[in-house]
Design a protein around this ligand. Structure first.
Ligand code: KDG
Length: 336
């Protein structure tokens, strides 16, 4: 498989141990992640050539963040290290029972937010790539990041590279003056595959889906692909919470008029839900390259995402064999 390239911000993640609250904790566990880079890392550790393009401060924190991704095999040679700005941070307080997890961002004025779009020669950066992936987090960060995302997509289209996006609307991140509703339509118009929920399609594109479950996804996908004809496939997970301790997900795919769905897979008890969506699209990219059928690609993606919920940190560290074992119906957790 040709290289998958991702583009976006990587942050340091700081979390109290166990279910401690932020004001009481004496220690913070350090790891790193970013919606786009998590996809590159999951793929690289599954053996798919993956590179991440990002901007880091030229200091020990920036080098540590980049080295964290290198450790999983991500090619970081196209990243920039700049002076004068910082590494973004996010604090994750893991909830329990009725208390949901909370994220506190401290990412203003990061090196990535201050990137210079002219510093990226995308035709060169993507010349060996077969796939470009980005998330809606990246254009939310600054006007410069949105411009660089548009430039990357335009180059990918010129080069005939597959483009995927997780539209991932985070309304609290869009603070620099441009509206997601004005920026995102032009960006998703250049994509072949999008991860999109009915809620995000409504919020971002004003697409109103039919109300009931499967029909909602189908009607949203029909409207989305009519409005943006470059998009051939729409994927999403659906979450069902039957009780606080019983959650499960299934995968949905709309592919040029055909609808596929997987069975539901249990994800409880959830160890760490950050990066669950990134695991789904990285699983789909892997599955698309390794299986003949779209059902298998969707099953791989959904099971990979379900397994991510058992793994600490932002990055999905599952081996293809673990996913395949469960795809064969072996859902009892026997040793491989
Ligand atoms: O999808 C996971 C991301 O939410 C996480 O890695 C942190 O990039 C991040 C963000 O902006 O929240």
């Amino acid at each position: 498989m040709k290289q998958v390239v991702t583009f976006g911000e990587v942050m340091m993640r700081l979390s109290p141990p166990l279910n401690y609250r932020l004001p009481q904790t004496a220690t913070l566990e350090v790891t790193y992640g970013g919606g786009d880079a998590n996809v590159a890392a999951a793929l690289a550790q599954m053996g798919v050539p993956a590179a991440h393009v990002g901007v880091f401060p030229a200091n020990e924190l920036g080098y540590a963040a980049a080295n964290h991704l290198r450790r999983y095999g991500v090619d970081m040679s196209r990243c920039l290290f700049t002076e004068g700005h910082r590494l973004g941070l996010y604090f994750l307080e893991v909830g329990a029972s009725l208390r949901p997890s909370r994220i506190v961002y401290d990412r203003a004025d990061s090196a990535f937010a201050n990137l210079d779009p002219a510093a990226f020669n995308w035709d060169e950066l993507l010349k060996d790539a077969g796939w470009l992936h980005w998330t809606g987090i990246t254009p939310a960060i600054s006007a410069a990041a949105a411009q660089a995302t548009a430039d990357a997509i335009a180059a990918a289209r010129r080069l005939g590279i597959t483009v995927s996006a997780d539209v991932n609307y985070r309304r609290n991140l869009w603070q620099y003056g441009q509206k997601a509703q004005d920026v995102m339509p032009d960006l998703v118009a250049g994509c072949d595959i999008v991860v999109c929920t009915e809620g995000d399609a409504d919020d971002l594109f004003g697409i109103k889906a039919e109300e009931n479950s499967d029909n909602g996804f189908i009607s949203m996908s029909q409207q989305l692909t009519q409005r943006f004809p470059q998009i051939k496939r729409v994927i999403a997970t659906r979450r069902q919470t039957q009780s606080a301790s019983h959650e499960r997900i299934c995968g949905l795919l709309w592919d040029q008029g055909e609808f596929f769905e997987t069975p539901f897979y249990d994800i409880s008890p959830v160890v760490d839900r950050i990066g669950g969506g990134d695991s789904f699209i990285s699983g789909f990219i892997y599955g698309d390259a390794h299986y003949e059928s779209r059902e298998q690609a969707l099953s791989f993606a959904t099971i990979a995402s379900a397994l991510k919920h058992t793994i600490h940190g932002d990055i999905n560290l599952v081996a293809p064999a673990e996913v395949e074992h469960l795809m064969q119906g072996n859902l009892t957790g026997r040793l491989l």
